[in-house]
Design a protein around this ligand. Structure first.
Ligand SMILES: NC(=O)c1ccc[n+]([C@@H]2O[C@H](COP(=O)([O-])OP(=O)(O)OC[C@H]3O[C@@H](n4cnc5c(N)ncnc54)[C@H](O)[C@@H]3O)[C@@H](O)[C@H]2O)c1
Length: 379
């Protein structure tokens, strides 16, 4: 499928650097409103630089637009691409408001197009292995999930020195303005929704614990740097998700079932090991077996991902999944309904202060399937 990338910022190298793992995606060119960024990437990855959005959208060969602009530009770019008859894969968040996100999915449906959203870590080896273990009943009936999405005190880190492979600086002001919930809750929410189905309610608290993150530069948006949510899934599972850029780094995920606990310590690494510990009883005591079982990571093919930075992920797996779903005329695992449901949850948490603590979900989605290589018998 012929793709074009809009947005050549910090994250673009993550996509362009993993594109070679997906030969079914053919990059036709890149665009950025900061022309020098697009030039840098076009030269580095031997592709064309589009002059402007009209030129890119006017290129009839482009079938799928990969929207890697900053979150506040997502809606306008995705809307323009859909209007021009292109499928869209958007970085997260799908949009900054639920109305905008829904409008995009409705526009896509009207036009017979697909729109899907990052993150795509659900398609990674760790998430698929966890899912497989859950389906195989490794810990019995699931009752509760504790998901941590704490990044540490980012405002105290040398973030002004962080550069992508191509030398593009990390957009710290934008990251602080958008906030860690809209930026990162989706990593856990996509996993939870895929495994446990649609959510019915989200009860949240969100606050700004460090208002002066940039003492010399006022922030244009006062987004929470701490949030905690309890999500009730229709299937009965409850998940507690915490996001912050305050508490020490912790991206662990713990799933608690009747027969034990299944967990991984780093949900940002596609190859983070998956463990379980089963409940055992000896005489009058019941406790978790001190010996953990390590589940063999399921994988399609052995791929080495060498992304620089905190996230060890194959970012191009998202557009590749959307593209193959379009070609195979099947529902994408990261399709419109699923992406809308995930952003509805994330926005409910992010805006908890304005909306009040309790939010009833309005969207749903049909169950989605694991990757073909992660189906089959229990390990
Ligand atoms: N920074 C990360 O580590 C990271 C990781 C994963 C995902 N993401 C997500 O990826 C997206 C991009 O993040 P980033 O860090 O690359 O941001 P960035 O600010 O570095 O890059 C965004 C780019 O989009 C360009 N842009 C904005 N509006 C445009 C328009 N109308 N036309 C053309 N170009 C336009 C900007 O000029 C900029 O170069 C965000 O949604 C972010 O949440 C970022």
């Amino acid at each position: 499928m012929n793709i074009a990338i809009v947005g050549c910022g910090f994250v673009a190298d993550y996509y362009l650097g993993t594109l070679a793992l997906h030969p079914e995606l053919k990059l036709l060119g890149v665009l950025d409103k900061q022309a020098e960024r697009a030039t840098t990437l076009a030269e580095r990855y031997q592709t064309r630089r589009y002059r402007d959005l009209d030129e890119l959208l006017g290129d009839e060969r482009v079938e799928l637009v990969v929207n890697l602009t900053d979150p506040r530009s997502h809606y306008a770019i995705s809307h323009a691409a859909l209007t021009a008859g292109k499928h869209v894969y958007s970085e997260k968040p799908l949009a900054m408001t639920f109305d905008d996100a829904r409008a995009l999915t409705e526009l896509a449906a009207e036009r017979g197009l697909e729109i899907g959203s990052a993150p795509c870590s659900l398609l990674g080896e760790t998430a698929q292995t966890l899912w497989h273990a859950l389906r195989a009943g490794a810990i019995g009936k699931v009752r509760l999930v504790y998901a941590e999405m704490d990044d540490g005190m980012v405002h105290k880190m040398p973030y002004r020195k962080w550069r992508s492979e191509s030398g593009i600086p990390w957009p710290y002001k934008d990251e602080f303005e958008i906030g860690c919930t809209l930026e990162h809750a989706g990593y856990d929410l996509t996993w939870l929704a895929a495994w446990f189905g649609p959510a019915v309610s989200v009860t949240s608290f969100a606050s700004v614990q460090i208002p002066d993150k940039l003492p010399d530069e006022p922030l244009d948006m006062d987004s929470p740097d701490f949030s905690v949510a309890c999500i009730q899934f229709a299937s009965g599972v409850v998940a507690r998700l915490t996001c912050s850029i305050v508490a020490p780094h912790d991206h662990s995920l713990k799933i608690i079932g009747d027969e034990g606990v299944l967990y991984t310590n780093d949900s940002w690494d596609y190859h983070s090991p998956v463990y379980s510990r089963r409940l055992m009883s000896i005489r009058r005591k019941t406790f978790l077996n001190p010996v953990k079982k390590r589940h063999k990571l399921l994988q399609d093919k052995v791929v080495k991902i060498n992304t620089r930075g905190a996230q060890n992920m194959d970012f191009s797996r998202g557009p590749a999944e959307l593209a193959s779903a379009i070609r195979e005329r099947r529902r994408s695992r990261l399709g419109a309904d699923f992406s809308l449901h995930v952003i509805e949850m994330a926005l409910a948490i992010h805006y908890a202060r304005e909306q009040g603590a309790s939010y009833r979900m309005t969207t749903t989605f049909e169950p989605i399937e694991p990757m073909p290589w992660a189906r089959g018998e229990a390990s």
